[in-house]
Design a protein around this ligand. Structure first.
Ligand SMILES: *Cc1c(COP(=O)(O)O)cnc(C)c1O
Length: 394
């Protein structure tokens, strides 16, 4: 796998070293043209006939099939649409229906808040006897008992990059009769995945998959379960015959039942172009390269900036594709780095987070980023008042 050529497929501004592909992937050059065609050639020229002529109606399933190999799933098991918050909600509802005698959903306090919020909202509707139990990531395996209906975890921690042992936790969940739901937000396109027997997985496409701001999410259901799924969000696009306009809902064939309403066609056009880069991707080679570059960043920073405390696991085997550090001035340091063209991000209260994405980063970028980090610290550039004022989005 030659990652020098993949770099040429992204529009990264001159002078920028982009270490935030874990939050919003950069623009794939092909997406500009693809979006232009979708707007003028499809929407503009074909108008409503584009639903058939340009294949808009089939796009959520077609894109799901393109994402499937990236997450190690078979065709026909992945559907694209909505946002990740909604896909988590859909998966958890089905999981609860699969274990009607159990009342506890288990998650951990490293999870991204929206997953927990969606679970809280859903459980209120299931009943006051339902409980969301949140434990520390290290305590998850032990907390999986025969009380647990569903284990709902994010595979790679968004702040530290700590990665759960997917196979071990899934098999523990199954041994206790619980349903397993994995959130792959920071895994899809970042690490090689084997979903094993997990019942559900979901993720977003604007992070490592580079689908663009607001790109839709995806949901995976283990193939043998799909036909029994009775979706809570029973929208017309997931109906068996949307254009029969029946008054009663009847779930669509296969994974199409996980569709809800009208898909975001322009966003999906951008995602379609972004997925070209992933065609035939060797995920093991990508992972090996990610580890190589992440280790270079980790060791380089430890040597150059001893006052930054490593917030990620030192062992790459239990880490996703990002390296994080702690510093009390983390926010201002991130702003000072951005002013130097080194774009990472900050996560409260004190985490400096750097995504490592082999598709468009090489050794030279990592070394230049470390030099900029050192310069920001040595020159106390972060003390500048303009870097201290917090923006709405960090
Ligand atoms: C990024 C992320 C989300 C975002 O959810 P949206 O509904 O797409 O805004 C959810 N969960 C996790 C674990 C994430 O990392």
């Amino acid at each position: 796998m030659d990652f020098k050529t993949t770099k040429l497929q992204f529009a990264i501004p001159d002078g920028v070293i982009y270490l935030d592909g874990n939050s919003l992937g950069p623009l794939p050059i092909a997406a500009v043209d693809r979006l232009g065609r979708a707007v003028t050639g499809e929407w503009g020229e074909m108008l409503i006939t584009a639903w058939n002529k340009a294949g808009w109606f089939e796009m959520p399933a077609r894109l799901g099939d393109r994402i499937a190999p990236i997450i190690g799933a078979p065709k026909g098991s992945v559907m694209v649409g909505d946002t990740l918050s909604i896909k988590v909600f859909q998966a958890l509802d089905v999981a609860l229906a699969m274990r009607p005698k159990r009342r506890v959903v288990l998650s951990d306090n490293g999870n991204f808040p929206t997953d927990l919020y969606m679970a809280q909202g859903l459980l209120r509707r299931w009943g006051s006897d339902y409980e969301l139990r949140v434990v520390s990531p290290e305590d998850v395996a032990e907390a999986i008992t025969d009380e647990i209906a569903a284990v709902m975890l994010t595979h790679v921690d968004y702040r530290s990059g700590r990665m759960h042992d997917m196979a071990a936790i899934t098999s523990r969940a199954h041994a206790q009769g619980a349903v397993m739901i994995w959130d792959l937000a920071h895994s899809a396109g970042a690490v090689a995945l084997d979903l094993g027997g997990a019942e559900f997985a979901c993720g977003c496409t604007y992070k490592y998959l580079n689908g663009g701001p607001g790109a839709p999410a995806f949901i995976y259901i283990r193939p043998d379960l799909i036909d029994a799924v009775d979706p809570l969000l029973s929208g017309w696009m997931g109906h068996d015959a949307p254009f029969a306009f029946d008054l009663d809902y009847r779930a669509g064939a296969g994974i199409s039942r996980m569709r809800v309403g009208t898909p975001p066609v322009l966003q999906m056009a951008a995602l379609d172009a972004a997925l070209d880069i992933w065609d035939g991707m060797d995920m093991n080679a990508l992972r090996a390269r990610s580890v190589e570059l992440s280790e270079r960043l980790r060791l380089g920073v430890i040597a150059a900036i001893p006052e930054w405390e490593l917030a990620s696991p030192a062992d790459p085997a239990v880490r996703g594709s990002q390296i994080s550090f702690r510093h009390a001035e983390g926010y201002a340091i991130t702003q000072a780095l951005i002013a130097r063209g080194v774009i990472g991000d900050f996560r409260a209260p004190d985490i400096l987070r750097f995504g490592v994405t082999p598709l468009y980063l090489g050794e030279g970028d990592i070394d230049a980023a470390i030099a900029a980090m050192r310069a920001v610290m040595e020159g106390r550039e972060y003390a500048c008042p303009e870097y201290q004022a917090q923006n709405a989005v960090t």
